[in-house]
Design a protein around this ligand. Structure first.
Ligand code: HSE
Length: 408
């Protein structure tokens, strides 16, 4: 029999407990060993559950119990999760986690400790919820050089944007719905300001390109500035707005990473990824584009990935799964790249006649644009050019407001 412990009984933690306890026969058969949830750590009381007797409040009980071989950390946040996970690995226990904040901040260090102690530190659930993405990236795509990873990595913002696009629902109501469904982080700022997607692209970049990427090195913008007007303007040109996380390997050996609201053509398969679903497009030099799609948030989907990691640890109690990267280094992530590409622009001026005149003068008559004189606005898709060039042109529109969005 293998004893496991679960730290945290929130949305994901309760899902993990329920799968392990309700489907114990299926799980034990698959790992060829009896799996027993010995402890669940949580400061709250859960007196009415069928497994109430498993709850403890003292972390040291898990740490000091030599019979506990695998621990699931599903508490979230860096502290105290980091101290707990580090102590457990040092004590020779395997740890699995869904905590992207922890992995993005401390992954390289925790992986190194796991290597030294010959135990496993697995985190499949930290990216893409229930979507298998980390193992396929390092195992099934191992023969490739990965050049780019791009996609929708946050279910909450995708749910909100989808509600705005399809139901014309305002931002706050859509966020409330996402929270009720258990998709959002404890602090929704992590979702709507892009930090959650940023942590996930850091993990994917580290696995794909081999070195730790820190969240501070990623240009991150959330969806709080996206309005129903932006959504409608994008629609006029055949695009939907999605929060896209991207990382690329550059020719100079450096990498770049970003999270930002992006226009996605209705013809692009990513535009059809709706609700809480995530999609990750990985480009390999041998495979070309490979897409991973599924529920990126939610209790059961995320718990499924955590439990699979627990099962993998149990099957490999004496050996290590290969999932690692090296420390990051200064200058490795290029943060100020002048990007070349098409951009979507909304320009608003008090004086519409003047705006129209100047637009013709600077962008010419050939640009694909939509004029709305009732809102004193011109929207257009700027031809491919460097972002700095476009910004120079836009700066000539004095007393006007401009908003630019990237296009996938
Ligand atoms: N808040 C996250 C999301 C949960 O909405 O994607 C899954 O990581």
């Amino acid at each position: 029999m293998v004893n496991v412990a679960i730290m945290g009984h929130g949305v994901v933690g309760s899902g993990v407990a329920e799968i392990l306890i309700n489907y114990d026969k299926r799980i034990s058969e698959k790992v060829k060993n009896d799996v027993n949830v010995k402890y669940i750590l949580d400061l709250r009381d859960f007196p009415n559950l069928s497994y109430s007797e498993k709850f403890i409040k003292d972390f040291n009980i898990i740490l000091e119990d030599e019979s506990v071989k695998v621990v699931a950390e599903v508490m979230g946040g860096v502290n105290p999760a980091y101290d707990f996970v580090k102590s457990l690995l040092l004590a020779g226990k395997s740890v699995v986690t869904s905590n992207k904040e922890l992995v993005a901040a401390k992954g390289a260090e925790l992986i190194k400790i796991a290597e030294e102690k010959n135990v496993n530190f697995l985190f499949e659930a930290s990216v893409g919820g229930g979507i298998p993405i980390l193992r396929p990236l390092v195992q099934c795509l191992a023969a490739n050089e990965i050049t780019e990873i791009s996609g929708i990595l946050n279910g909450t913002t995708n749910y909100i944007l989808n509600k705005m696009i399809v139901d014309n629902m305002d931002f706050d109501s859509a966020l409330k719905l996402a929270q009720e469904k258990g998709y959002a982080e404890k602090n929704p700022a992590a979702d709507i300001e892009g930090h959650d997607a940023c942590r996930k692209i850091c993990i994917l970049a580290a696995l794909a390109f081999g070195k730790h990427v820190y969240p501070e090195q990623v240009k991150t913008e959330g969806i709080t500035n996206i309005t129903l007007d932006d959504v409608a303007a994008a629609d006029t040109f055949g695009y939907v707005i999605k929060l896209i996380a991207n990382t690329q390997k550059l020719n100079n050996g450096k990498i770049t990473a970003s999270v930002r609201p992006t226009l996605v053509s209705r013809e692009n398969i990513i535009s059809g990824v709706n609700g809480v679903f995530n999609a990750v497009m990985v480009t390999g030099d041998q495979t070309g584009e490979v897409m991973f799609y599924g529920k990126g948030a939610g209790k059961e989907a995320t718990a499924s990935a955590v439990v699979a990691d627990i099962m993998d640890c149990i099957k490999h109690l004496d050996s290590r799964k290969y999932l690692s990267w090296a420390d990051g280094s200064e200058g490795y992530v290029e943060t100020n790249r002048d990007e070349y590409g098409k951009l979507f622009v909304r320009l608003t001026c008090e004086n519409f006649a003047e705006l129209e005149r100047k637009f013709g003068e600077i962008f010419g008559d050939t640009a694909n644009f939509v004029k709305n004189q009732y809102r004193n606005e011109i929207c257009f898709i700027a031809e491919p050019q460097y972002e700095s060039e476009l910004n120079k042109k836009l700066s000539q529109f004095e007393n006007c407001e401009s908003k630019t969005l990237h296009i996938l």
